[in-house]
Design a protein around this ligand. Structure first.
Ligand SMILES: [Zn+2]
Length: 121
């Protein structure tokens, strides 16, 4: 199984697959070869709970091709509760800033052609 597919399978179960440095414990999202903190080269997979808080977002009213049927929506940066990691994903039915306040609790609920799907908790 590819790293990308492993990541998607993890997302579909509401979790984020991360690479944890065996030396210092630093977590990384992408496939990497050296720890960004200590330069160590050995990692283990770890799954992080997909709950977090909205760090920032962009409301999309003029969507890219193929996404017209989904508008309005927001592209959200979610700061995960259990780590310093941030992931970005799709949140439906966000039209104006009062629909989604920064700091709102949200969680990963799936993955499809839109990418990571988020919903308010
Ligand atoms: Zn490290």
């Amino acid at each position: 199984m590819s790293a990308k597919q492993e990541f998607i399978d993890s997302i579909k179960s509401g979790k984020v697959l991360a690479r944890k440095c065996k030396n210092c414990g630093e977590l990384h999202l992408a496939t990497i070869y050296f720890c960004q903190k200590c330069g160590h080269k050995e990692f283990e997979n770890t799954e992080i709970d997909g709950h977090g808080a909205v760090a920032t977002y962009t409301i999309i009213t003029v969507p890219p091709a193929g996404f017209e049927k989904y508008t309005p929506y927001a592209w959200v940066i979610l700061s995960l509760d259990d780590s310093d990691l941030r992931i970005s994903g799709f949140m439906a039915n966000i039209a104006i800033p009062s629909d989604l306040l920064v700091g709102t609790k949200a969680k990963i609920v799936g993955y499809d052609d839109r990418g990571i799907i988020l919903e308010k908790q």
